[in-house]
Design a protein around this ligand. Structure first.
Ligand SMILES: C[S@@+](CC[C@H](N)C(=O)[O-])C[C@H]1O[C@@H](n2cnc3c(N)ncnc32)[C@H](O)[C@@H]1O
Length: 237
């Protein structure tokens, strides 16, 4: 992974450094065409103010709005968007090769209820109005397993507060991860937030995916390598 030099510990004045990679292998011609010609129609421009009713980023306005952070190849995002056509979905992914993949699925299946942001989800969260989302999914986030890199994990007190601000009351933050330490980290960070409650009542509530869950590329990789994912659901109180 390419890394910025700045120390995220010093990015403490409201700014959060981004550490993922933005580019991988060269895009095929059709993928490059989609990024050049289709993405501008679907991309959110966060340099402009958000509409007071964020559902109006869709025309006609969506019934509700959901966000998937770091959608990777877009398997889960594309499936959810097709299963819930009245819901508007924002997919956030800084990695251009992932962006090309979701654009190909949007084109192939003529999906009309996805908008995209090709940047850091923390910036997108800051742009969204209060109480604008019914759900946020963070599926197999970059795990940053080394202790000195934990501060690069997406789940931090600040991003939890940002998610709490944009989620409506009763909305959900859903987190899927196959790295035990990151699951424990997320549980302990969410536990000390008064904005969320963990919804698990029995082990199967976090050991098994929720109904209708679409496995992602990283989920399949974890299974192949013998790691079991946890499926954590938190409700915004
Ligand atoms: C391990 S991959 C998982 C991809 C996909 N969710 C899956 O399960 O296959 C993590 C993804 O999160 C993206 N990512 C990392 N930091 C991010 C951030 N700050 N905002 C949005 N996406 C981010 C990466 O580009 C990468 O595609």
């Amino acid at each position: 992974m390419s890394e910025r030099r700045s120390d995220p510990a010093r990015a403490d004045d409201g700014e959060r450094a981004f550490f993922g990679r933005r580019k991988g292998h060269k895009l095929r011609q059709h993928q490059a065409d989609l990024v050049e010609h289709l993405l501008p129609h679907l991309a959110l421009d966060i340099t402009q103010g958000a509409p007071a009713n964020a559902c109006e980023i869709f025309d006609p306005a969506a019934e509700e709005l959901r966000l998937e952070i770091g959608f990777g190849g877009g398997e889960h995002l594309a499936a959810e968007a097709q299963d819930f056509p009245a819901t508007g979905f924002i997919g956030c992914e800084p990695y251009v090769n992932g962006m090309a993949k979701i654009l190909a699925q949007i084109e192939a299946h003529n999906i009309g209820n996805i908008r995209l942001f090709a940047g850091d989800a923390a910036e997108l969260l800051a742009w969204l109005p209060n109480c604008s989302l019914s759900r946020i999914d963070l599926i197999h986030p970059d795990p940053w397993p080394k202790r000195r890199h934990w501060k690069r994990r997406f789940v931090q007190d600040k991003t939890i507060a940002a998610m709490a601000r944009v989620l409506e009351s009763g909305g959900e933050f859903r987190f899927v991860c196959d790295i035990d330490d990151y699951c424990a980290w997320t549980l302990s960070h969410l536990a000390r937030s008064s904005d969320f409650v963990w919804l698990a009542e029995r082990a199967d509530d976090f050991r098994l995916p929720w109904a209708g869950y679409t496995m992602t590329r990283y989920g399949r990789k974890a299974e192949r390598e013998g790691r079991r994912a946890a499926y954590l659901r938190f409700r915004r109180v």
